[in-house]
Design a protein around this ligand. Structure first.
Ligand SMILES: [Zn+2]
Length: 106
């Protein structure tokens, strides 16, 4: 859903302090015909959030979540490859058989 940032700026507020976001601190991470994903940083309180805006059956719907990712980190996550189901199964099998402490995995 390609929606100009000016339009989104008017409707999206910081979930922590309720201030409107400044366009300069909004980063489009991903967008297609039906969905736009943004990383937003609040100029007032410094909180960051990821907002998913999509066009649904009943109009524009947005979902925001707080994040500790900086914009550069969020961009890297979104530009990387998606995790495959085989990788999830492999991690599950590894953890199921793993008998060591959690410290060794970090
Ligand atoms: Zn804020």
């Amino acid at each position: 859903m390609k929606m100009p940032l000016d339009n989104l700026q008017a409707v999206i507020r910081c979930p922590v302090c309720n201030k409107k976001y400044r366009k300069a601190l909004m980063l489009v991470l991903d967008e297609d015909d039906k969905r736009t994903t943004l990383h937003l940083s609040c100029s007032d309180c410094g909180a960051s959030s990821m907002v998913f805006v999509s066009m649904g059956q009943f109009g524009v719907v947005s979902l925001g979540v707080l994040t500790d990712l900086k914009q550069s980190e969020a961009r890297r996550v979104f530009s990387g490859e998606a995790i495959s189901s085989d990788q999830v199964i492999e991690a599950h099998q590894f953890l199921k058989q793993y008998t060591g402490g959690i410290e060794a995995l970090i």
